[in-house]
Design a protein around this ligand. Structure first.
Ligand code: NDP
Ligand code: 2IT
Length: 447
Protein backbone atom coordinates (compact mmCIF):
# COMPACT_ATOMS: atom_id res chain seq x y z
CA UNK A 1 0.00 0.00 0.00
CA UNK A 2 1.39 3.43 -0.87
CA UNK A 3 1.65 5.80 2.06
CA UNK A 4 0.09 8.57 -0.03
CA UNK A 5 -3.28 6.84 -0.18
CA UNK A 6 -3.74 7.43 3.53
CA UNK A 7 -3.84 11.15 4.35
CA UNK A 8 -5.62 11.71 7.63
CA UNK A 9 -5.47 8.05 8.72
CA UNK A 10 -4.24 7.14 12.19
CA UNK A 11 -0.59 6.48 13.06
CA UNK A 12 -0.81 2.70 13.05
CA UNK A 13 -2.34 2.68 9.55
CA UNK A 14 0.41 5.02 8.38
CA UNK A 15 3.07 2.72 9.90
CA UNK A 16 1.48 -0.35 8.25
CA UNK A 17 1.57 1.44 4.90
CA UNK A 18 5.36 1.60 4.77
CA UNK A 19 5.63 -2.13 5.56
CA UNK A 20 8.57 -1.85 7.96
CA UNK A 21 10.64 -4.83 9.07
CA UNK A 22 10.23 -5.93 12.72
CA UNK A 23 13.01 -3.77 14.23
CA UNK A 24 12.12 -0.66 12.26
CA UNK A 25 8.47 -1.21 13.20
CA UNK A 26 9.36 -1.48 16.89
CA UNK A 27 11.31 1.79 16.73
CA UNK A 28 8.65 3.78 14.88
CA UNK A 29 5.76 2.46 16.96
CA UNK A 30 7.56 3.57 20.11
CA UNK A 31 8.11 7.07 18.72
CA UNK A 32 4.57 7.12 17.29
CA UNK A 33 3.04 6.48 20.72
CA UNK A 34 5.20 9.17 22.33
CA UNK A 35 4.59 11.90 19.76
CA UNK A 36 0.95 11.23 18.79
CA UNK A 37 -0.38 13.97 21.12
CA UNK A 38 2.14 16.49 19.70
CA UNK A 39 1.05 15.70 16.15
CA UNK A 40 -2.66 15.85 17.10
CA UNK A 41 -2.22 19.26 18.70
CA UNK A 42 -0.14 20.83 15.95
CA UNK A 43 -1.92 21.81 12.75
CA UNK A 44 1.37 22.68 11.00
CA UNK A 45 2.82 19.22 11.70
CA UNK A 46 -0.34 17.55 10.40
CA UNK A 47 -0.60 19.73 7.30
CA UNK A 48 3.07 19.13 6.43
CA UNK A 49 2.63 15.37 7.17
CA UNK A 50 5.76 15.41 9.33
CA UNK A 51 5.31 12.03 11.03
CA UNK A 52 4.87 10.25 7.69
CA UNK A 53 7.73 12.06 5.99
CA UNK A 54 10.11 11.28 8.85
CA UNK A 55 9.39 7.56 8.48
CA UNK A 56 10.91 7.31 5.03
CA UNK A 57 14.70 7.62 4.61
CA UNK A 58 16.01 10.22 2.17
CA UNK A 59 17.67 7.27 0.44
CA UNK A 60 18.98 3.75 1.04
CA UNK A 61 22.21 2.81 -0.71
CA UNK A 62 22.88 -0.91 -1.13
CA UNK A 63 25.97 -2.38 -2.72
CA UNK A 64 28.02 -5.52 -3.29
CA UNK A 65 31.31 -5.89 -1.42
CA UNK A 66 33.74 -8.37 -2.95
CA UNK A 67 37.08 -9.25 -1.41
CA UNK A 68 39.71 -12.00 -1.30
CA UNK A 69 40.17 -14.09 1.85
CA UNK A 70 43.51 -15.49 3.05
CA UNK A 71 43.07 -18.52 0.77
CA UNK A 72 42.57 -16.20 -2.22
CA UNK A 73 38.90 -17.24 -2.43
CA UNK A 74 36.38 -14.65 -3.59
CA UNK A 75 34.07 -13.57 -0.76
CA UNK A 76 30.88 -11.54 -1.22
CA UNK A 77 28.95 -9.42 1.30
CA UNK A 78 26.22 -6.80 1.12
CA UNK A 79 26.93 -3.23 2.21
CA UNK A 80 24.42 -0.49 3.02
CA UNK A 81 24.24 3.15 3.95
CA UNK A 82 20.85 4.45 5.05
CA UNK A 83 20.80 8.25 4.73
CA UNK A 84 17.72 8.97 6.76
CA UNK A 85 17.50 12.73 7.25
CA UNK A 86 19.90 15.66 6.81
CA UNK A 87 17.65 18.51 7.96
CA UNK A 88 19.87 19.26 10.95
CA UNK A 89 23.28 18.59 9.35
CA UNK A 90 25.28 15.99 7.38
CA UNK A 91 24.01 12.42 7.74
CA UNK A 92 25.79 11.05 10.82
CA UNK A 93 25.87 7.62 12.39
CA UNK A 94 27.94 4.49 12.71
CA UNK A 95 28.70 1.45 10.59
CA UNK A 96 27.85 -2.00 11.94
CA UNK A 97 29.64 -5.15 10.75
CA UNK A 98 27.79 -8.20 12.10
CA UNK A 99 26.34 -11.29 10.39
CA UNK A 100 22.86 -10.41 11.71
CA UNK A 101 22.77 -7.05 9.86
CA UNK A 102 19.88 -6.58 7.42
CA UNK A 103 18.35 -3.49 5.84
CA UNK A 104 15.74 -3.57 8.63
CA UNK A 105 18.48 -3.35 11.30
CA UNK A 106 20.03 -0.33 9.64
CA UNK A 107 16.69 1.40 8.99
CA UNK A 108 15.79 1.20 12.67
CA UNK A 109 19.22 2.42 13.70
CA UNK A 110 19.20 5.31 11.18
CA UNK A 111 15.74 6.42 12.34
CA UNK A 112 16.75 6.35 16.02
CA UNK A 113 19.96 8.18 15.17
CA UNK A 114 18.04 11.20 13.80
CA UNK A 115 16.31 11.72 17.16
CA UNK A 116 19.47 11.07 19.16
CA UNK A 117 21.50 13.51 17.09
CA UNK A 118 18.75 16.13 17.43
CA UNK A 119 19.02 15.82 21.24
CA UNK A 120 22.73 16.68 21.17
CA UNK A 121 21.95 20.17 19.84
CA UNK A 122 24.86 19.75 17.37
CA UNK A 123 24.44 20.18 13.59
CA UNK A 124 24.09 16.46 12.84
CA UNK A 125 21.62 14.66 10.58
CA UNK A 126 20.98 10.94 10.94
CA UNK A 127 22.16 7.86 9.08
CA UNK A 128 23.55 4.37 9.64
CA UNK A 129 25.32 1.79 7.54
CA UNK A 130 27.14 -1.49 7.64
CA UNK A 131 27.38 -4.98 6.33
CA UNK A 132 26.57 -8.61 7.10
CA UNK A 133 30.36 -9.21 7.23
CA UNK A 134 31.57 -10.89 10.44
CA UNK A 135 34.97 -9.53 11.53
CA UNK A 136 35.12 -12.02 14.40
CA UNK A 137 36.63 -15.06 12.70
CA UNK A 138 38.80 -13.09 10.23
CA UNK A 139 42.51 -12.31 10.16
CA UNK A 140 43.70 -8.69 10.34
CA UNK A 141 44.53 -8.83 6.64
CA UNK A 142 41.05 -10.08 5.77
CA UNK A 143 39.46 -7.29 7.81
CA UNK A 144 41.71 -4.79 5.99
CA UNK A 145 40.81 -6.11 2.55
CA UNK A 146 37.11 -6.11 3.43
CA UNK A 147 37.27 -2.51 4.74
CA UNK A 148 39.09 -1.40 1.58
CA UNK A 149 36.48 -3.06 -0.63
CA UNK A 150 33.64 -1.56 1.43
CA UNK A 151 35.14 1.93 1.12
CA UNK A 152 35.68 1.55 -2.65
CA UNK A 153 31.89 1.85 -3.01
CA UNK A 154 31.02 3.92 0.08
CA UNK A 155 33.47 6.69 -0.85
CA UNK A 156 31.27 7.99 -3.67
CA UNK A 157 28.40 8.63 -1.21
CA UNK A 158 30.11 10.24 1.80
CA UNK A 159 32.05 13.43 2.58
CA UNK A 160 32.77 15.70 5.56
CA UNK A 161 29.76 17.92 4.71
CA UNK A 162 27.57 15.16 3.25
CA UNK A 163 27.61 11.98 5.29
CA UNK A 164 30.04 11.10 8.08
CA UNK A 165 30.13 7.44 9.21
CA UNK A 166 31.75 6.16 12.45
CA UNK A 167 31.94 2.90 14.42
CA UNK A 168 29.27 0.64 15.90
CA UNK A 169 29.15 -3.11 16.62
CA UNK A 170 32.12 -4.79 14.93
CA UNK A 171 33.61 -1.49 13.79
CA UNK A 172 36.22 -0.01 16.14
CA UNK A 173 39.54 1.80 15.77
CA UNK A 174 41.07 -0.97 13.63
CA UNK A 175 38.25 -0.93 11.06
CA UNK A 176 37.95 2.88 11.00
CA UNK A 177 41.74 3.06 10.44
CA UNK A 178 41.52 0.76 7.38
CA UNK A 179 38.41 2.52 6.03
CA UNK A 180 40.01 5.94 6.42
CA UNK A 181 43.30 4.71 4.91
CA UNK A 182 41.42 3.61 1.80
CA UNK A 183 39.49 6.93 1.67
CA UNK A 184 42.83 8.81 1.75
CA UNK A 185 44.23 6.70 -1.10
CA UNK A 186 41.13 7.32 -3.20
CA UNK A 187 40.54 11.01 -2.55
CA UNK A 188 43.69 12.67 -1.11
CA UNK A 189 41.32 14.52 1.28
CA UNK A 190 42.21 14.11 4.95
CA UNK A 191 39.65 15.37 7.46
CA UNK A 192 36.30 14.72 9.06
CA UNK A 193 34.80 12.20 6.63
CA UNK A 194 34.85 9.50 9.32
CA UNK A 195 34.90 9.86 13.09
CA UNK A 196 36.42 7.57 15.67
CA UNK A 197 39.68 7.76 13.73
CA UNK A 198 42.92 6.79 15.47
CA UNK A 199 44.18 9.93 17.25
CA UNK A 200 47.35 9.99 15.10
CA UNK A 201 45.10 10.41 12.03
CA UNK A 202 42.87 13.26 13.24
CA UNK A 203 40.76 11.33 15.73
CA UNK A 204 39.74 13.20 18.88
CA UNK A 205 41.18 12.05 22.22
CA UNK A 206 38.30 10.78 24.36
CA UNK A 207 36.11 9.32 21.55
CA UNK A 208 36.92 5.78 22.71
CA UNK A 209 35.60 6.57 26.18
CA UNK A 210 32.76 8.87 25.10
CA UNK A 211 29.73 6.57 24.80
CA UNK A 212 30.38 4.64 28.02
CA UNK A 213 31.40 7.72 30.00
CA UNK A 214 28.42 9.67 28.61
CA UNK A 215 26.10 6.82 29.55
CA UNK A 216 27.29 6.84 33.14
CA UNK A 217 26.95 10.66 33.24
CA UNK A 218 23.32 10.26 32.12
CA UNK A 219 22.66 7.49 34.67
CA UNK A 220 24.26 9.62 37.39
CA UNK A 221 21.94 12.51 36.48
CA UNK A 222 18.92 10.16 36.65
CA UNK A 223 19.93 9.03 40.13
CA UNK A 224 20.51 12.59 41.30
CA UNK A 225 17.12 13.64 39.95
CA UNK A 226 15.71 10.97 42.29
CA UNK A 227 17.75 12.41 45.20
CA UNK A 228 20.03 9.39 45.08
CA UNK A 229 23.65 8.80 44.06
CA UNK A 230 25.54 6.31 41.87
CA UNK A 231 28.26 6.01 44.49
CA UNK A 232 28.11 2.65 46.23
CA UNK A 233 25.46 1.24 43.87
CA UNK A 234 25.71 -2.23 42.34
CA UNK A 235 25.73 -1.78 38.57
CA UNK A 236 24.94 -4.61 36.17
CA UNK A 237 26.35 -4.21 32.65
CA UNK A 238 25.86 -6.39 29.55
CA UNK A 239 28.27 -6.46 26.61
CA UNK A 240 32.04 -6.15 26.67
CA UNK A 241 32.65 -3.90 23.70
CA UNK A 242 33.40 -0.22 23.34
CA UNK A 243 30.33 1.00 25.23
CA UNK A 244 30.25 -1.60 28.01
CA UNK A 245 33.96 -1.49 28.87
CA UNK A 246 34.11 2.29 29.31
CA UNK A 247 30.79 2.33 31.17
CA UNK A 248 32.45 -0.12 33.58
CA UNK A 249 35.59 2.04 33.88
CA UNK A 250 33.56 5.19 34.60
CA UNK A 251 31.04 3.56 36.97
CA UNK A 252 33.93 2.22 39.02
CA UNK A 253 35.66 5.64 38.98
CA UNK A 254 32.49 7.14 40.48
CA UNK A 255 32.49 4.60 43.32
CA UNK A 256 29.94 2.11 41.95
CA UNK A 257 30.39 -1.67 42.12
CA UNK A 258 30.40 -3.29 38.66
CA UNK A 259 28.92 -6.77 39.07
CA UNK A 260 28.69 -8.06 35.48
CA UNK A 261 29.81 -7.92 31.85
CA UNK A 262 28.95 -10.28 28.98
CA UNK A 263 29.73 -11.35 25.44
CA UNK A 264 27.73 -13.49 23.04
CA UNK A 265 29.20 -16.65 24.63
CA UNK A 266 27.99 -15.88 28.16
CA UNK A 267 28.43 -13.55 31.10
CA UNK A 268 30.83 -12.81 33.93
CA UNK A 269 29.38 -12.26 37.37
CA UNK A 270 31.56 -10.66 40.02
CA UNK A 271 29.51 -11.01 43.18
CA UNK A 272 31.74 -8.61 45.12
CA UNK A 273 32.40 -6.36 42.13
CA UNK A 274 35.24 -6.07 39.61
CA UNK A 275 38.36 -4.34 40.92
CA UNK A 276 39.91 -1.47 38.97
CA UNK A 277 42.76 -3.80 37.99
CA UNK A 278 40.33 -6.47 36.77
CA UNK A 279 38.46 -3.94 34.62
CA UNK A 280 41.78 -2.83 33.08
CA UNK A 281 42.79 -6.46 32.54
CA UNK A 282 39.44 -7.21 30.84
CA UNK A 283 39.79 -4.11 28.67
CA UNK A 284 43.18 -5.35 27.44
CA UNK A 285 41.82 -8.90 27.04
CA UNK A 286 38.91 -7.68 24.91
CA UNK A 287 40.44 -4.71 23.05
CA UNK A 288 43.93 -6.00 22.32
CA UNK A 289 43.73 -9.78 22.55
CA UNK A 290 40.14 -10.02 21.20
CA UNK A 291 39.56 -12.67 23.90
CA UNK A 292 36.33 -14.50 24.76
CA UNK A 293 34.96 -14.59 28.31
CA UNK A 294 34.80 -18.40 28.27
CA UNK A 295 38.63 -18.25 28.31
CA UNK A 296 38.87 -15.56 31.00
CA UNK A 297 39.68 -16.64 34.51
CA UNK A 298 40.03 -14.35 37.53
CA UNK A 299 39.57 -14.37 41.27
CA UNK A 300 36.01 -13.67 42.45
CA UNK A 301 34.59 -13.87 38.92
CA UNK A 302 32.31 -16.62 37.63
CA UNK A 303 31.55 -17.34 33.95
CA UNK A 304 28.00 -18.42 33.04
CA UNK A 305 27.96 -20.02 29.60
CA UNK A 306 25.22 -18.83 27.18
CA UNK A 307 23.65 -16.68 29.90
CA UNK A 308 22.82 -12.98 30.16
CA UNK A 309 23.47 -11.29 33.51
CA UNK A 310 19.83 -10.35 34.27
CA UNK A 311 18.76 -12.13 37.44
CA UNK A 312 22.11 -13.78 38.16
CA UNK A 313 22.97 -11.31 40.92
CA UNK A 314 21.49 -8.24 42.60
CA UNK A 315 21.87 -4.66 41.42
CA UNK A 316 20.25 -1.23 41.68
CA UNK A 317 21.30 0.01 38.24
CA UNK A 318 21.28 -1.87 34.90
CA UNK A 319 23.17 -0.67 31.82
CA UNK A 320 22.41 -2.92 28.80
CA UNK A 321 25.30 -2.24 26.39
CA UNK A 322 25.35 -5.18 23.94
CA UNK A 323 22.64 -5.10 21.28
CA UNK A 324 18.97 -4.53 20.43
CA UNK A 325 16.16 -6.40 22.19
CA UNK A 326 18.37 -8.06 24.79
CA UNK A 327 15.79 -7.37 27.55
CA UNK A 328 12.18 -8.54 27.09
CA UNK A 329 9.24 -8.18 29.49
CA UNK A 330 10.16 -11.25 31.56
CA UNK A 331 13.74 -10.05 31.94
CA UNK A 332 12.49 -6.55 32.81
CA UNK A 333 10.30 -8.05 35.55
CA UNK A 334 13.31 -10.03 36.81
CA UNK A 335 15.36 -6.84 36.97
CA UNK A 336 12.66 -5.07 38.97
CA UNK A 337 12.41 -8.10 41.30
CA UNK A 338 16.14 -8.13 42.09
CA UNK A 339 15.99 -4.45 43.04
CA UNK A 340 16.94 -2.56 39.87
CA UNK A 341 15.48 0.97 40.13
CA UNK A 342 17.37 2.60 37.23
CA UNK A 343 17.94 1.36 33.68
CA UNK A 344 19.95 3.38 31.15
CA UNK A 345 20.44 2.03 27.64
CA UNK A 346 24.03 2.01 26.36
CA UNK A 347 23.01 -0.06 23.34
CA UNK A 348 20.41 1.08 20.80
CA UNK A 349 16.95 -0.25 21.73
CA UNK A 350 18.17 -3.09 24.01
CA UNK A 351 14.80 -3.06 25.81
CA UNK A 352 11.69 -4.21 23.96
CA UNK A 353 8.49 -2.20 23.96
CA UNK A 354 6.99 -4.67 26.47
CA UNK A 355 10.07 -4.41 28.70
CA UNK A 356 9.64 -0.64 28.78
CA UNK A 357 5.99 -1.11 29.76
CA UNK A 358 7.08 -3.30 32.69
CA UNK A 359 9.56 -0.65 33.87
CA UNK A 360 6.85 2.01 33.63
CA UNK A 361 4.39 -0.14 35.59
CA UNK A 362 6.91 -0.92 38.32
CA UNK A 363 8.20 2.65 38.66
CA UNK A 364 11.70 1.75 37.40
CA UNK A 365 13.33 4.87 35.93
CA UNK A 366 14.28 4.24 32.33
CA UNK A 367 16.79 6.24 30.24
CA UNK A 368 16.33 5.46 26.52
CA UNK A 369 19.39 4.95 24.29
CA UNK A 370 18.51 7.99 22.18
CA UNK A 371 19.42 10.15 25.15
CA UNK A 372 21.59 7.96 27.37
CA UNK A 373 24.09 6.80 24.71
CA UNK A 374 24.22 10.10 22.78
CA UNK A 375 27.68 10.87 24.19
CA UNK A 376 29.35 8.83 21.44
CA UNK A 377 27.86 10.69 18.53
CA UNK A 378 28.19 14.01 20.36
CA UNK A 379 31.91 13.36 20.67
CA UNK A 380 31.95 12.51 16.97
CA UNK A 381 30.46 15.98 16.46
CA UNK A 382 33.42 17.38 18.44
CA UNK A 383 35.77 15.41 16.16
CA UNK A 384 34.14 16.94 13.06
CA UNK A 385 34.61 20.36 14.65
CA UNK A 386 38.26 19.59 15.47
CA UNK A 387 38.94 18.44 11.89
CA UNK A 388 37.07 21.30 10.18
CA UNK A 389 38.89 23.92 12.25
CA UNK A 390 42.32 22.18 11.95
CA UNK A 391 42.48 22.24 15.73
CA UNK A 392 43.73 19.78 18.30
CA UNK A 393 41.56 19.01 21.32
CA UNK A 394 42.90 17.43 24.50
CA UNK A 395 41.20 14.55 26.27
CA UNK A 396 40.41 16.92 29.13
CA UNK A 397 38.65 19.32 26.69
CA UNK A 398 36.60 16.44 25.29
CA UNK A 399 35.56 14.81 28.54
CA UNK A 400 34.60 18.10 30.19
CA UNK A 401 32.50 19.12 27.21
CA UNK A 402 30.95 15.64 27.10
CA UNK A 403 29.97 15.78 30.78
CA UNK A 404 28.30 19.16 30.28
CA UNK A 405 26.47 18.01 27.15
CA UNK A 406 25.12 14.84 28.81
CA UNK A 407 23.82 17.01 31.63
CA UNK A 408 22.04 19.22 29.08
CA UNK A 409 20.55 16.17 27.30
CA UNK A 410 19.26 14.91 30.65
CA UNK A 411 17.63 18.28 31.38
CA UNK A 412 16.09 18.55 27.90
CA UNK A 413 14.72 15.01 28.06
CA UNK A 414 13.33 15.59 31.53
CA UNK A 415 11.65 18.82 30.40
CA UNK A 416 9.69 16.93 27.72
CA UNK A 417 9.01 13.86 29.91
CA UNK A 418 5.60 13.01 31.34
CA UNK A 419 5.12 11.38 34.73
CA UNK A 420 4.22 7.70 34.96
CA UNK A 421 3.76 6.03 38.34
CA UNK A 422 5.39 8.97 40.06
CA UNK A 423 8.62 8.84 38.02
CA UNK A 424 9.60 10.78 34.88
CA UNK A 425 9.13 8.87 31.62
CA UNK A 426 12.40 9.79 29.88
CA UNK A 427 11.41 7.61 26.91
CA UNK A 428 8.55 9.92 26.00
CA UNK A 429 10.73 12.92 26.85
CA UNK A 430 13.50 11.93 24.43
CA UNK A 431 11.09 11.14 21.58
CA UNK A 432 9.18 14.39 22.00
CA UNK A 433 12.26 16.60 22.36
CA UNK A 434 13.91 15.04 19.29
CA UNK A 435 10.73 15.03 17.24
CA UNK A 436 10.01 18.70 17.95
CA UNK A 437 13.44 19.73 16.62
CA UNK A 438 13.13 17.61 13.50
CA UNK A 439 9.52 18.60 12.87
CA UNK A 440 10.17 22.33 13.24
CA UNK A 441 13.11 22.05 10.81
CA UNK A 442 10.97 20.11 8.33
CA UNK A 443 8.18 22.68 8.48
CA UNK A 444 10.72 25.50 8.01
CA UNK A 445 12.31 23.75 5.01
CA UNK A 446 9.02 23.52 3.14
CA UNK A 447 7.96 20.64 0.96
P1 NDP B 1 31.24 -3.65 20.09
O1 NDP B 1 31.30 -4.41 18.83
O2 NDP B 1 32.45 -2.94 20.59
O3 NDP B 1 30.74 -4.59 21.28
C1 NDP B 1 29.52 -5.26 21.23
C2 NDP B 1 29.40 -6.12 22.46
O4 NDP B 1 28.09 -6.63 22.55
C3 NDP B 1 30.33 -7.32 22.41
O5 NDP B 1 30.69 -7.66 23.71
C4 NDP B 1 29.45 -8.39 21.78
O6 NDP B 1 29.84 -9.69 22.09
C5 NDP B 1 28.11 -8.05 22.35
N1 NDP B 1 27.07 -8.41 21.38
C6 NDP B 1 26.88 -7.86 20.16
N2 NDP B 1 25.87 -8.47 19.52
C7 NDP B 1 25.43 -9.41 20.33
C8 NDP B 1 24.41 -10.36 20.24
N3 NDP B 1 23.63 -10.47 19.15
N4 NDP B 1 24.20 -11.16 21.29
C9 NDP B 1 24.97 -11.05 22.40
N5 NDP B 1 25.97 -10.18 22.55
C10 NDP B 1 26.19 -9.36 21.53
O7 NDP B 1 30.03 -2.62 19.91
P2 NDP B 1 29.71 -1.28 20.71
O8 NDP B 1 30.10 -1.43 22.13
O9 NDP B 1 30.23 -0.16 19.92
O10 NDP B 1 28.11 -1.24 20.58
C11 NDP B 1 27.25 -1.84 21.54
C12 NDP B 1 25.88 -1.20 21.44
O11 NDP B 1 26.01 0.21 21.69
C13 NDP B 1 25.20 -1.30 20.07
O12 NDP B 1 23.81 -1.36 20.26
C14 NDP B 1 25.54 0.04 19.41
O13 NDP B 1 24.61 0.38 18.41
C15 NDP B 1 25.44 0.97 20.61
N6 NDP B 1 26.14 2.23 20.54
C16 NDP B 1 27.47 2.31 20.22
C17 NDP B 1 28.10 3.54 20.19
C18 NDP B 1 29.56 3.66 19.95
O14 NDP B 1 30.06 4.80 19.98
N7 NDP B 1 30.30 2.58 19.72
C19 NDP B 1 27.36 4.78 20.41
C20 NDP B 1 25.99 4.59 20.80
C21 NDP B 1 25.42 3.36 20.83
P3 NDP B 1 30.61 -10.58 21.01
O15 NDP B 1 31.98 -9.96 20.93
O16 NDP B 1 30.61 -11.94 21.58
O17 NDP B 1 29.84 -10.46 19.73
O1 2IT C 1 24.74 4.58 17.68
C1 2IT C 1 25.56 5.52 17.69
O2 2IT C 1 25.26 6.63 18.12
C2 2IT C 1 26.92 5.26 17.21
N1 2IT C 1 27.23 4.12 16.87
C3 2IT C 1 27.91 6.37 17.12
C4 2IT C 1 27.67 7.17 15.87
C5 2IT C 1 28.71 8.21 15.55
O3 2IT C 1 28.56 8.79 14.46
O4 2IT C 1 29.62 8.46 16.33
Amino acid sequence: MAIDTLPGKNLSEIIDAIEPGPLFRAAIEEVGESVAPLVEDNKKYRKARIFERLLIPDRVIRFRVEWLDDDNKVRINTGWRVEHCNLLGPYKGGLRFHPSVTEDTLQFLAYEQCFKNALTGLPLGGGKGGSDFDPKDKSDEEVMRFCQAFMRELARHIGPDIDVPAGDIGVGGREIGYLYGQWLKMTRRPGGVLTGKPTEMGGIPGRVEATGFGLVAFAKAMLEQADDSIEGKRVMISGAGNVALYAAVRARQLGATVVSLSDSGGCLIAEKGLSEEQIEEIRDFKENQRGRFKDYDAKGVKFHKDKEPWGLTEAAVALPCATQHEIDDDEAATLADIGVRFVAEGANMPCTHDARAVFRKKGVRFGPGKAANAGGVACSGFEMHQNASHASWTKKDTLEKLEQLMHEIHELTLKHAVEANGVPDYGVGADRAGFTKLADAMVAAGV
